[in-house]
Design a protein around this ligand. Structure first.
Ligand code: SAM
Length: 278
């Protein structure tokens, strides 16, 4: 062990970005895709039963007869996007996981869905199209820093028609209070999610001010030690509304999740339906 080993294990300043590739690492992205496509697993996309309920609710709330052009932001391998297309929306999906976008394109082709998929960082999107409806589902908004959340809110605002809608969800303060600080480790003899070959994962779960948590996963293999930072910002109804209104949105509805359950303080998530003013 040398001093850089200790540095990579230390709690970093808030919202420090990982140096190690995560979404586009050749090996890790394969494991991510498997996680997305497992219908019984909640790790990357939610379970398929939830997604089906969610799409059924969304199409009632924001009907495709009025809001046809839909942009799914952070679409992953297109699980929602395909169901939106099936429901009658004209769908564009954007994601910066190359493997997910390639899978999504092939899957749409096989199923003959006309969905447009863009391999792009949504924080830099500057599309030649404006939409009736944007979705950003599974708490990706809270994985962003304060500055990046402002960037994405403004980007979405600019990519919506006047009167257009945005639906997104975040983890609630309940999840923040339930989050336990701890340090754990795991020895993976035959490889695992993070590496093909043997590695040790040292995990630090930390709380920060401003309702932020970090899962710091340091992977130690024969040749390297690489820290990965998974950030989460948690919201109350009020703080979420404040950020949306700062970007110019009007709040049309607050829910407990993207299936339309009633919002209560005990819910683990909050979903918000926003509208770009005319
Ligand atoms: C938690 S997953 C949710 C996927 C999908 N919305 C769902 O519910 O099935 C977050 C997705 O956002 C994508 N993502 C994260 N940051 C991104 C960025 N800056 N630009 C584009 N995609 C991003 C990831 O690649 C991943 O597919």
């Amino acid at each position: 062990m040398n001093s850089s080993t200790f540095t990579s294990l230390k709690k970093p300043p808030i919202y420090t970005k990982s140096k190690g590739e995560f979404w586009n690492d050749e090996y890790i992205s394969k494991q991510m895709l498997k996680a997305h496509l497992n219908p019984e697993f909640d790790g990357a996309s939610r379970k398929i039963t939830f997604i089906e309920k969610s799409v059924a609710w969304i199409r009632e709330l924001v009907p495709c007869s009025k809001y046809s052009l839909l942009l799914d932001i952070g679409c992953g391998p297109g699980i929602y996007a395909e169901k939106f297309a099936q429901a009658g929306y004209h769908v564009t999906g954007i994601d910066f996981s190359k493997r997910s976008i390639e899978y999504a394109r092939q899957s749409a082709l096989n199923k003959k869905w006309s969905i447009s998929y863009l391999y792009k960082n949504y924080l830099e999107m500057n599309l030649n199209e404006i939409f009736d409806f944007c979705t950003m589902i599974y708490c990706d908004y809270g994985a962003l820093s304060t500055k990046d959340r402002q960037v994405i809110m403004n980007k979405i605002y600019h990519h919506l028609k006047p009167g257009g809608k945005l639906l997104l969800d975040v983890f609630s303060m309940k999840r923040f209070y339930d989050f336990q600080e701890q340090q754990t480790w795991e020895l993976c003899h035959n490889g695992g999610f993070w590496r093909k070959d043997e590695y040790i994962a040292l995990n630090g779960f930390y709380k920060y001010s401003d309702n932020v948590t970090l899962e710091l996963i340091s992977i130690i293999s024969k040749n390297e030690i690489t820290p990965y930072y998974l950030w989460n910002t948690y919201f109350s109804k009020e703080t979420l509304i404040q950020e949306a209104e700062q970007a110019g949105f009007k709040v049309c509805g607050i829910f407990g999740d993207v299936c339309g359950n009633i919002y209560q303080k005990e819910c683990g998530t909050i979903a918000v339906l926003l509208e770009k003013s005319n």
